[in-house]
Write a protein of this length. Structure first.
Length: 297
């Protein structure tokens, strides 16, 4: 008993004496919000010295350096974060694009924007809507990149076929839905915009399911109970696929999904017609569905 008590005391002292990554993040975040940028930077550097190249600490360091207007250092930090991250996220590349634009480094901005596209960036409308990317719209190189993104998405082309296991025990094969318009919704219960869009989908599913409209939800959750509970609570009637792999879900990787909700609307012939953020708007989603479901031959 005495040995166990001593061990607990030592563990407790170690926690007090050696702060964890979360402790450094918490303190540095507070200092950053209080605009104590130099002190926040010191705290982050201590955390990095203690815990190595942590993605979260590097992200916060980058933000603080931008606040300090140390853009060269911010750029180096952002590039390190993009390089060491296990998940090769296009959003890390876009953070670099944003810093390059602050530096008026257009060549660097387009170099990293191309890398973002190569890593699966698909939300091209963000490049026009986000104030951080305004400078890009004044450069003709953006036209070529947007065309590359659209080609990667495959709008106007046959949607990539796949088969998934549904929680109901059935299988869903996209090519087997010919003759129906299909909305694929990559979502998760922990994602507020995903949950916000569910009532719209429920409304349209009830209205058009008898007219040749189908919905498939592909959950990027890692907690099956959370998905089961949500389906039961909301009484979702369309097929839901769940692999438990989160962002590494096979179909999500196949479709290069890196932002959710990710909506893909496919016509009766299996051609992808609408995609992405614009479909988050209820009226735009309704119009797009009606266009495919009520279209006269």
């Amino acid at each position: 008993m005495k040995k166990n008590s001593l061990l607990l005391v030592l563990v407790f002292l170690a926690i007090l004496l050696f702060p964890g990554e979360k402790d450094f993040l918490k303190k540095a975040n507070r200092l950053n919000k209080e605009k104590e940028y130099s002190k926040a930077l010191e705290e982050v550097d201590k955390g990095l010295a203690e815990h190595g190249e942590s993605i979260k600490l590097l992200a916060l360091k980058c933000e603080i350096l931008v606040n300090l207007d140390k853009l060269d250092d911010a750029l180096k930090t952002a590039i390190t974060r993009a390089d060491v991250s296990e998940r090769k996220s296009p959003w890390h590349c876009l953070d670099i694009v944003s810093i390059c634009l602050k530096m008026k480094n257009m060549d660097g901005a387009f170099e990293w924007l191309n890398k973002a596209v190569d890593r699966g960036f698909l939300s091209y409308t963000e490049l026009y809507d986000d104030e951080n990317f305004k400078l890009l719209t004044k450069d003709k190189r953006l036209d070529g990149i947007v065309e590359k993104i659209k080609d990667n998405i495959g709008i106007g082309k046959p949607a990539k076929d796949f088969t998934v296991d549904l929680l109901s025990g059935e299988k869903f094969t996209l090519s087997g839905q010919k003759g129906k318009a299909v909305l694929i919704d990559f979502w998760a219960t922990w994602c507020p915009p995903c949950v916000k869009g569910i009532p719209h989908i429920k409304e349209f599913y009830e209205e058009y399911r008898g007219k040749g409209f189908e919905v498939l939800g592909i959950s990027l959750d890692s907690d099956k109970k959370a998905v089961d509970d949500y389906i039961k609570k909301e009484n979702l009637k369309w097929g839901i696929a769940y692999s438990g792999k989160g962002w590494m879900d096979d179909t999500a990787k196949y479709y290069h999904v890196n932002l959710i909700p990710s909506y893909w609307l496919i016509d009766r012939e299996g051609i992808l017609r609408h995609f992405g953020v614009p479909l988050r708007d209820k009226e735009k989603m309704k119009k797009a569905i009606e266009e495919l479901v009520l279209k006269k031959d």
